[in-house]
Design a protein around this ligand. Structure first.
Ligand SMILES: Cc1ncc(COP(=O)(O)O)c(C=O)c1O
Length: 463
């Protein structure tokens, strides 16, 4: 069964349980094993060079060989390999990072709480919201509204927030008090006779209807990634969040902005909240915070929320939440250095310039018979492949068109993320214009291969 697998692949199949993998077919196909990285590239066990077109998991913003991050980790490891922030104790780098993040926040924020991942950051946000409403004497105000196609993590609560079936099915999720409202993707969910503006209004009206049905006094918060990532790089209409925020304000509902993918320049502003004019009460982040060189997440909270936590802990004698690795000093040092590098690179200007080239290059395929929609902002983009270009009808889920594209693009030296038949790209923010052109050339070859495969299978490409 494993004849085609090399020895690392065979041992992988023997010993590793892979996240987000078809565990059944994996036994046959084995893993893609990478052994080293350099800039925007990774190298597999046969020495093939691959552009990491999704920055790993939308996270290695500074590529795979940033010496300044390595040096920061080394120095921090030598100086103070661990200390905690429980019991009112802490360390200088944790203070520096909290101060830095609050100074960078797009709206006034009061405190930073550190975690080791995006899931833990969102999970913490939910706990803080429940604690906050208990402190305010509103024990019924606990429901959190997320959206279909959202991705917020894999803990029991954050997987419940996800709007993707695989996160719920057979895990006995979602838990109670989690609701889902519409996905703001006009290409898929807009009506034929509807403008983007009308679509946004309809979604805001639907949200209000849901809140009224559930009773506003039971709804605590709305959580959103400004630009949805794992849902397939979905870009909501310009005015969508203004309309949503109006509804939330009417019913005293908090806005949690999930910046785990969007933050640190990815969308062409420092924060996704700025790209879509969101005024959050809580912000969560991870990934780009350390460029993924070490695991770290953070939650920023408004002063209003902080004051309620203070009152609650005064009553209870303690704020009973925290992870062993909260504010880990080595991770915090790497995060501080990553933020310095973003500044030195003028990351926002850079993403705008290079991102425009990436999106313009992808746009050249918009008349291709397989391409339904090309979308994106900053350095995140997706090309959605469809069965029928004029109606947008998707391929059957079982047809594996996106997966085929993904295999072909690896053959051409490019790793993409395929979400259904949406081909997603979010390369490291350090990618150069020449490297964008090389990425686009590989993308075009995989698109040609996919069209050839479908033609051979009898699919008419002129539809
Ligand atoms: C928007 C968003 N939020 C939260 C998470 C969860 O982060 P983690 O995988 O670090 O737990 C992710 C991960 O992809 C994400 O994309």
């Amino acid at each position: 069964m494993h004849d085609r697998l090399n020895s690392v692949q065979a041992r992988d199949v023997a010993y590793v349980l892979h996240p987000y993998t078809n565990l059944s077919t994996h036994v046959e196909t084995g893993p893609l094993v990478v052994t080293r990285g350099d800039g925007i590239y990774v190298y597999d066990t046969d020495g093939n060079q691959l552009i990491e077109g999704l920055s790993g998991l939308w996270c290695t913003s500074l590529g795979f060989s940033e010496q300044r991050l390595i040096d920061a980790a080394n120095a921090a490891m030598k100086r103070l390999p661990f200390f905690y922030s429980f019991f009112g104790r802490g360390h200088d780098v944790g203070v520096d990072l909290a101060e830095r993040l609050i100074s960078l926040a797009p709206v006034p924020m009061s405190k930073a709480f550190f975690t080791s991942s995006g899931s833990e950051a969102n999970d913490t946000a939910i706990k803080l919201i429940w604690y906050y409403n208990n402190a305010l004497g509103r024990p019924e105000k606990k429901k959190i509204i997320s959206r279909h196609k959202a991705y917020h993590g894999v803990t029991i609560a954050t997987a419940s927030l996800c709007g993707l079936p695989a996160n719920h099915q057979e895990f006995d999720l979602p838990i109670k008090n989690i609701l889902h409202t519409d996905c703001p993707h006009a290409y898929r969910f807009g009506r034929l006779d509807e403008t983007d503006e009308e679509f946004a209004t309809r979604l805001a009206d639907n949200l209000e209807e849901l809140i009224l049905e559930e009773e506003p006094d039971t709804v605590a918060a709305f959580i959103a990634e400004p630009i949805l990532g794992a849902g397939g790089v979905l870009v909501p209409p310009e005015t969508y969040y203004a309309k949503i925020q109006e509804v939330l304000e009417r019913y005293d509902i908090l806005f949690v902005c999930d910046e785990v993918i969007n933050g640190f320049g990815r969308t062409g502003n420092y924060w996704g909240a700025q790209t879509r004019n969101i005024c959050p009460d809580i912000m969560t982040m991870a990934k780009g915070l350390t460029s993924a060189y070490l695991p770290m997440g953070a939650v920023l909270i408004s002063d209003e929320i902080f004051q309620a936590l203070v009152a609650q802990s005064e009553k209870l004698g303690i704020f009973g939440h925290g992870y062993t690795y909260t504010g880990h000093p080595v991770c915090a040092s790497v995060a501080l250095e990553a933020i310095r590098i973003y500044e030195d690179l003028r990351i926002v200007d850079r993403v705008r310039r290079v991102g425009a080239r990436l999106r313009a290059g992808l746009m050249r395929h918009k008349d291709h018979p397989l391409v339904g929609e090309v979308r994106g902002v900053g350095l995140m983009a997706a090309v959605e492949l469809v069965r029928n270009k004029s109606t947008g009808e998707p391929f059957d889920a079982s047809s594996g068109v996106g997966a085929y594209f993904g295999q072909r693009s690896i053959q051409h030296g490019l790793i993409v993320r395929t979400i259904g038949d949406s081909i997603c790209l979010a390369p490291p923010l350090i990618i150069t214009e020449e490297q964008v052109d090389s990425l686009l050339e590989k993308f075009a070859r995989a698109l040609d291969d996919t069209a050839d495969m479908l033609t051979r299978a009898g699919h008419s490409l002129s539809a």
